[in-house]
Design a binder for this molecule. Structure first.
Ligand code: GLN
Length: 529
């Protein structure tokens, strides 16, 4: 029977609850426990696929094609596990199931209510995911802040879960904020007290409190939280700001968080083996080769909209003793004449729609002509084909996503997308096999002929132009198993010019960088010298 760790949040959102959850999972996995993780998002969308990354951060894509909250990316990276779409529960998914059951007549004669029907659906879902994963422990993070209307049914469901599973099978971790008032320099515990009070009113008593604060908690602050919130003082864990998120598990471990969790769950304590991770953290923090990478995008104001790419930079940089400085460039500003200057590499990430597309094409042209290392991802891959079509083949071409009636539709809609009207969950999604040509850059990076990478797109290279493109020096070094879809392109004459229709960033992990990112950062370091 799996045991459960429930992570809730109080006071504010954006306290790094996802990183705390990921760190707990990482530590327990490191101690030899089999772990799975569930993120609960109380919004009404059925998945994150239809949400704007500028508002909500990146849409993360899983092997099974699930388009999910970016926290699942953190779970996968920290815990080094592969999750599925069912590991992300939203209010929309829960209600959709309950309404379908009601229509089918499953509740015949009953009044369908939030308690017990919605809460039962939530518990059934959690238990099913935990059981099917075969995990010893399932970590559940409840999104939002305690007290939000939207998260109420989920909190009620985990309260019932505690009652039904028994007190040594469920542990509650509550993350809060301890602000410091500038004038007096004092650590304030009142917001934490209030949020715990709110949680207890719902019937949940936290076993552990993780307090976020700019600096470590004073002894007196800890004791105060302990007294007012009814947790032992050594179960008040301090989580001060750190330079690198991968330090968080080390910091939590030092304060004995897993000792508390395992003893509450009546599981044996095991030593952690953290040497390798510590070395990785040192490498992330102290990379000696500084490289400046231009990120040419549309949502550059919000780092969270590219979180997996930024993490993939870190993983790759750690391998080549580098540290990446990201130079954010709004694609539209390039259209207005902004120059890309003083960078060691250029990345054009995935994207949708017309705004900024011409600026991205110019950035690609600049990288190609000036032999600056270039990595294009998804939309960045498609626009690299457009750039080559225009500037090398001399075609008046574009993607039909941007210009439906263009003379040469060099990027066009996937055949299975003809007639698709419903936009949620209908792109080509998730892990797909790719065959790599021997003797290419892609082959030397991956070191094998068959790879699996994650996708999220509706458009692709139009097969009618492949011969012409290849005739002029472009190589399609990765092709989908159906032999029709182009997956990787590269330019042999260039020090590093590679782009992929898939998203390599979704599979990059600490200690296992994504090959295309590894090659890109390495080439950018070499370009600098
Ligand atoms: N807009 C492009 C498509 O739908 C690229 C998508 C992406 O970059 N994720 O194919």
């Amino acid at each position: 029977m799996p045991k459960y760790i429930v992570v809730t949040g109080g006071v504010l959102s954006g306290l790094g609850k996802g990183i705390v959850t990921s760190s707990i999972g990482f530590l327990l996995k490191n101690k030899g426990y089999k772990i799975t993780a569930i993120k609960i998002d109380p919004y009404l969308n059925c998945d994150a696929g239809t949400m704007n990354p500028f508002q909500h951060g990146e849409v993360f894509v899983l092997d099974d094609g699930g388009e999910v909250d970016l926290d699942l990316g953190n779970y996968e990276r920290f815990m080094d596990i592969n999750l599925g779409r069912d590991n992300n529960i939203t209010t929309g998914k829960v209600y959709r199931n309950v309404i379908e059951k009601e229509r089918r007549g499953d509740y015949l004669g009953k009044t369908v209510q939030i308690v017990p029907h919605i809460t039962n659906e939530i518990k059934d879902w959690i238990r099913r995911v935990a059981k099917e994963s075969g995990a010893d422990i399932c970590v559940i993070e409840i999104g939002g802040t305690v007290g939000d209307i939207e998260s109420m049914p989920f909190l009620e469901a985990v309260r019932q879960l505690y009652l039904e599973e028994g007190s040594d099978n469920v542990v509650f971790v509550h993350t809060t904020l301890v602000p410091i008032l500038k004038v007096v320099g004092e650590q304030k515990t009142k917001p934490t007290q209030h949020s715990v009070k709110e949680l207890r009113a719902i019937g949940i008593s936290p076993d552990i409190i993780v307090a976020r604060s700019p600096v470590p908690l004073d002894k007196s602050t800890r004791e105060k939280i302990s007294l007012f919130c009814n947790v032992p003082s050594d179960a008040v864990i301090s989580s001060p700001d750190v330079e690198c998120i991968y330090e968080v598990p080390l910091m939590l471990q030092e304060q004995g968080i897993t000792k508390h969790i395992l003893s509450k769950l009546s599981l044996p304590y095991r030593e952690a083996k953290l040497e390798e991770w510590k070395k990785f953290v040192e490498k992330v923090k102290n990379g000696r080769n500084r490289v400046r990478i231009a990120m040419v995008g549309k949502y550059t104001a919000l780092g969270d909209s590219y979180i997996s790419i930024l993490e993939a930079f870190r993983h790759a940089a750690a391998e080549v003793d580098a540290k990446v400085e990201v130079v954010w460039i709004e694609a539209e500003e390039i259209e207005e004449g902004k120059k890309i200057e003083d960078v060691d590499g250029i990345l054009v990430p995935g994207g949708f729609g017309e705004r900024g597309a011409e600026g991205k094409i110019r950035a690609i042209e600049f990288a190609r002509e000036n032999k600056i290392p270039f990595l294009g991802i998804c939309f960045g891959f498609q626009l690299a084909v457009v750039e080559y079509g225009r500037n090398v083949l001399g075609l008046e071409c574009h993607s039909t996503e941007i210009k439906p009636n263009v003379k040469h539709p060099i990027i066009t809609i996937l055949p299975e997308q003809y007639g698709v009207e419903q936009l949620g969950g209908t792109m080509r999604l998730g892990s797909q096999p790719i065959t790599i040509k021997e003797g290419t850059l892609a082959h030397s990076l991956y070191g094998k002929k068959k790879i699996y990478e994650r996708h999220r797109h509706r458009y692709e290279v139009n097969p009618e132009y492949i011969d012409e493109l290849e005739g002029k020096g472009l190589i399609f070094s990765g092709i989908a198993e159906d032999r029709i879809r182009m997956e990787i392109l590269e330019l042999p004459e260039h020090p590093y010019f590679i782009a992929s229709q898939f998203h390599p960033e979704f599979k990059s992990r600490p200690l296992k960088p994504a090959p295309l990112f590894y090659g890109f950062i390495k080439a950018s370091v070499e370009n600098k010298r």
